[in-house]
Ligand binder design. Structure first.
Ligand SMILES: *Cc1c(COP(=O)(O)O)cnc(C)c1O
Length: 393
């Protein structure tokens, strides 16, 4: 049997290379933090959770500790519940997102009203959101697509004019700023995801951040069965010292200490993750901006994003071929996203194609190139070469 040997040159190496579109960056300190939590007295509901909740609120620039939960999906479910989403209410949101932005509100009984996106950023268009909002709207939910913050100033006005709350699904944008303000301090309530491909990870995990103490309390109760342990808030405080009561239905969405410890360790490197992602962004721009057949991502001048995706747009009739060629070259490209209402579950509720033409056009032309903090300069150059070849430059 021949020995596995190191590739002799780049062309040979590129044949075997597989570059994922996103992945975690784990170092020794992360491993040590997890081991320390694992060998401590608390595997869950312990001090590492408190520490992580403080670290998230610090990164998000808010005073009230974050409510850590088990996923970004759980964060959305918790935030919508806390914001009063229930049967008879409506949630206005973008179709250019992962389905959880809409499906968690649908599970709470709300009607989802999709509003179209801005053609430059892919973010919820405030004018379209205003046209979609009504007195039934409980939440206007923007999504920071690819890490670029939504137009928070205008979306807050749209929401508040309708008597609704403004929620920011910031699964892509932990570490991003708008007008110098960190994502987390822009909306009434903000949700994060710590899935491995996101800007920082806890394996699975999420968080709800808000500056509203009452909303935070409702979120905190929901992630722990709706249990009330504070005697001052109990209906029957004299039941006995063991007593705790449920005043509102909730779930077990508690993030364990083992994962929270990983999260705190990751957040201490958020700045270096951002620098690395943004260096990848610039290298792609420098390597691809002369091509005619491809539109590169852009952001408004008042945004300072931590780029989570690198979404390019190519001609509709070329997208599938380019995507397949890149995949064949070992480039882990993705498409973000199929418009949410195209999913059969929404089709069956009566939603039809054509509803949001800008989002549909975006979907038909989009390809996400690999973007994460572990990409080497070599990896990025390899992707650039493969894209240039596929585009025919
Ligand atoms: C990843 C993601 C979610 C869901 O987060 P999970 O942690 O995977 O549950 C929600 N919204 C958006 C925009 C996402 O990218």
């Amino acid at each position: 049997m021949a020995e596995r040997r190191r590739p002799a040159d780049d062309s040979e190496r590129s044949v075997n290379r597989n570059i994922p579109y996103g992945r975690q960056s784990i170092d020794r300190a992360d491993v040590d933090a997890v081991v320390a939590a694992l060998t401590s007295d608390w595997l869950t509901t312990g001090p590492a959770v408190v520490q992580f909740e403080n670290a998230v609120s610090c990164a998000a620039g808010v005073d009230i500790p974050a409510v850590a939960v088990t996923s970004g999906t759980a964060a959305l479910h918790t935030a919508y519940h806390a914001a009063g989403v229930r049967p008879g209410t409506e949630v206005v949101t973008s179709p250019l997102t992962f389905a959880a932005t809409a499906s968690t509100a649908a599970l709470l009984g709300a009607t989802i009203v999709f509003a179209d996106v801005d053609a430059v950023t892919g973010n919820l268009d405030p004018d379209a959101a205003a046209a979609a909002a009504s007195h039934r709207t409980a939440v206007v939910a923007g999504v920071d697509y690819a890490g670029v913050p939504v137009d928070a100033t205008r979306l807050a006005v749209v929401a508040h004019d309708a008597g609704a709350l403004f929620l920011e699904d910031a699964a892509h944008s932990l570490g991003s700023l708008l007008n110098g303000v960190p994502v987390g301090g822009l909306a009434d309530v903000t949700t994060f995801s710590f899935f491995p491909t996101k800007n920082a990870t806890t394996a699975e995990g999420g968080a709800v951040v808000t500056g509203d103490a009452a909303l935070s309390d409702r979120a905190r109760a929901f992630r722990n069965h709706g249990l009330v342990r504070d005697r001052a808030r109990q209906r029957w405080p004299d039941e006995g010292p063991w007593h705790q009561e449920i005043a509102d239905f909730g779930l077990n969405y508690r993030l364990p200490d083992v994962l929270a410890a990983l999260g705190s360790s990751q957040l201490s490197r958020l700045g270096s993750f951002k620098a690395r992602r943004n260096a990848v962004f610039e290298r792609y721009r420098d390597g691809l901006s002369d091509l005619a057949g491809i539109e590169l991502p852009r952001c408004p001048p008042n945004a300072d994003p931590m780029w989570h995706l690198y979404p390019v747009r190519v001609p509709v009739e070329e997208r599938r071929r380019i995507f397949e060629e890149l995949r064949a070259d070992g480039i882990g490209v993705q498409v973000n996203y199929i418009p949410v209402y195209w999913h059969p579950v929404f089709q069956d509720l009566g939603y039809r194609r054509g509803l949001c033409p800008v989002a549909e056009d975006w979907y038909r032309r989009e390809i996400s190139l690999p973007m994460h903090a572990s990409l080497t300069v070599d990896d990025v150059d390899h992707v650039i070469e493969a894209v240039r070849k596929a585009i025919g430059a």
